[in-house]
Design a protein around this ligand. Structure first.
Ligand SMILES: [Zn+2]
Ligand SMILES: [Zn+2]
Length: 297
């Protein structure tokens, strides 16, 4: 079962079990490879605050980047998406014609401001959520590097249901190790934060009479679906011995698609809106240098 393996073997297993997902798997693999490149760590700013009162660390960040590197990455993933046959022509054409600045696209993706992403892409509708998924993949190398660099800065008493780094809702929950601690995991940045048992991450309901489990589809014994009858939200839960690697959270999210189907059949949903909006500015390194020099002149 693909969902019970990890790392490169999970990607390979999904590729064998679901050849129809290959176009998406190619994009995820590209984003994983990109996230491993060391230059992203150079762009991670120091957080401007301590992440108190539910404010994700990314909120208010100004990321200073090398435009050429951003442009190379954005063009690469767009080209891959186009060759995989996804509906990204408006974006590819706008970038190729110089009408759309890749850094602006990158800034919108890192902010995960999907409405603005659609506006920039000049599309009226996001057919099958292609652009939403693409925005997450464009942002993934930066967001995962932020998590790697900031992990120690996340407040240990973070009790919110959304990600303490990027503000996204959890992709899944892990019941981990021998003590069965419950951790929520972000599919965008890979972050990992501990949470109480019997607490809805979306509306924070804690009354056990309003929370429950759905029976897992056959063959998925180590997985379950936690549901909330107040907000009708659900979170997929996986029992693990050790933490899922940050860059594999998205693959586990994909591998557990039968759980999503089972939840949707019973009218439970993942919230469409973000957990907590974050404002992120992206500026060019060279612009900042010029600015500094002009101040000195
Ligand atoms: Zn996150
Ligand atoms: Zn709820």
């Amino acid at each position: 079962m693909a969902s019970q393996v990890s790392g490169g073997s999970l990607l390979a297993a999904l590729d064998v079990e679901h050849p129809e997902w290959r176009p998406l798997l190619v994009l995820i693999e590209a984003a994983q490879r990109e996230a491993e490149r060391p230059h992203w760590a150079r762009f991670v700013p120091a957080p401007g605050h301590q992440g108190r009162e539910g404010r994700p660390l990314l909120d208010g960040a100004v990321i200073s980047v090398a435009p050429k590197l951003i442009e190379r990455w954005v063009r690469h993933i767009l080209a891959l998406a186009a060759s995989a046959g996804t509906e990204v022509e408006p974006l590819v054409n706008a970038v190729a014609a110089g009408r759309l600045d890749p850094s602006l696209l990158f800034e919108t993706a890192v902010s995960q401001d999907v409405d603005r992403f659609h506006e920039i892409a000049r599309v009226e509708r996001d057919y099958r959520g292609v652009l939403r998924g693409l925005a997450s993949l464009i942002a993934m190398p930066m967001l995962q590097t932020c998590w790697r660099v900031w992990a120690e800065r996340v407040p240990t008493d973070w009790t919110y249901g959304y990600c303490p780094v990027c503000g996204g809702w959890p992709a899944l929950a892990e019941i981990r190790g021998l003590d069965g601690a419950r951790h929520l995991r972000c599919g965008c940045c890979g972050s990992d934060w501990r949470t109480e048992w019997l607490r809805c991450p979306f509306c924070r309901e804690g009354d056990h009479e309003k929370l429950g489990f759905l029976v897992s589809p056959e063959g998925l014994e180590r997985q379950s679906i936690e549901v909330c009858d107040v907000c009708r939200g659900y979170v997929k839960t996986i029992t693990t011995l050790t933490a899922i690697r940050p860059d594999d959270v998205l693959l586990h999210d994909l591998a557990t698609l039968p759980l999503d189907m089972a939840a949707l059949e019973r009218d439970y949903r993942r919230p469409a809106a973000r957990g907590s909006a974050v404002a992120v500015g992206v500026v060019a390194e060279s612009w900042r240098l010029r600015d500094l020099l002009s101040l000195r002149a």
